[in-house]
Ligand binder design. Sequence first.
Ligand SMILES: C[S@@+](CC[C@H](N)C(=O)[O-])C[C@H]1O[C@@H](n2cnc3c(N)ncnc32)[C@H](O)[C@@H]1O
Length: 437
Amino acid sequence: MRRERTATDATGRVKEQIPLALGGASYLDSDTEDWDYATANTKTHTHCYHVYPAMMIPQVARRLIRLYGRSKGLLLDPFCGSGTSLVEARLAGMNAVGVDLNPFAVLLARVKTTDYDLETAVAEAKRLRNKVEELIKGDFAAPIPRFFNIDYWFKPEIQSELALLRYAITQFVSPALQDFFLVAFAATVRDCSNTRRGEYKLYRIPEAQLGQHHPQVLPTFWERVGRNLRGLSEFLADYKPNTSVNVFEGDTRFGLPLGDESFDLIVTSPPYGDSQTTVAYGQFSRLVLQWLGYNDEIAKSVDKRALGGQRRAVDVTFHSPTLEDTVEQIEQHNLRRAEQVVQFYRDFAECFPEISRVAKSQSVGCFVVGNRTVKGVRIPTDQILIEIAANFGWKHSTTYHRRIPNKRMPLRNSPTNRPGELCDTMTEEHIVILHKE
Ligand SMILES: C[S@@+](CC[C@H](N)C(=O)[O-])C[C@H]1O[C@@H](n2cnc3c(N)ncnc32)[C@H](O)[C@@H]1O
């Protein structure tokens, strides 16, 4: 039996599907009736380049652009992460601007949205391979970066091989293509470190198992390069060449690099909460940033600088009855956690004056959010978002709901911090659609 796509308005009534705004293309064949995309391949095109915590799945961004986008219009992602919605914008024929405060996210988003010439990239890969072999034959020892705890996270032989690879990329690849190869290098750093597989936070492989841990730097790197070249070729076959994407490193709260009333559509997934207790984008990126030459302070401060990362005064006033109710409930369990939650939503609200300034009237905002649980209290971020946005001129039109079958993020946490006591934090996400009034 055909399942209806789920969409509810502010009162919970099921709404009619809005007709498609952008036309179809050959790769747009994976829509299902619901928004789950449980069996969809989420690693097509440049989406295969590198993992990133809490990535949006391309099918969701693709469908939102098709529903609400407009050919040659401008899409904004103010929390662009690895750039999923920006890639989809180019595939659909929209221009796009992305902002993120994590320098590694900015690197990924830039590389994933760049239409590198495939033949040149293949030729550079061959040249790099020859150069690396020559360096190895000549027993070349590249300088190893000295950053905090490098010996804890990388075995000595891995450090030498990574250093050689990084040296070869920066010396022998043309400047225009270096970032493409540095993304494959970043994946290699991650795979060959002493961090536990499948974790986004920095946890080390237990001492007893480290003896059996023998990652292979060069085979890992070349496998990544090959896969990314295939992704690039798929992207080049489907993207619209008359589009452009700009990605900026910055904090959405303190200004967006756009003029007044400039964008038509937002497709974004903001953080779910502060990085300490939800998804640690900074921890995920730290070792890679250190290998790429960022100083320790920048590499270590991403989580602190993100929404909800530190206690600070916020210069914005708004009213959200749902947030007030929720915080009251959390306060009964733990005052400090309640304060952290308030800080996160204040920081989030602080982004809205800027987002509203750069939005055209009648533009559409699509926010993919999850309702996490703190101290056993479910936080209805979908409703809180609607209420916060209303203070800044946005009206709710629809919310789509999807189960999360293939998004890598913490599904469970311990409400009491006692090992063994787990509860589901998020198995669903909500795609909140707002219109600028
Ligand atoms: C859920 S992730 C976005 C994932 C992205 N949709 C993707 O597919 O890769 C949220 C992002 O918000 C960023 N972020 C957190 N606080 C921010 C702020 N104040 N300004 C800009 N970006 C911020 C984080 O660094 C993270 O990359």
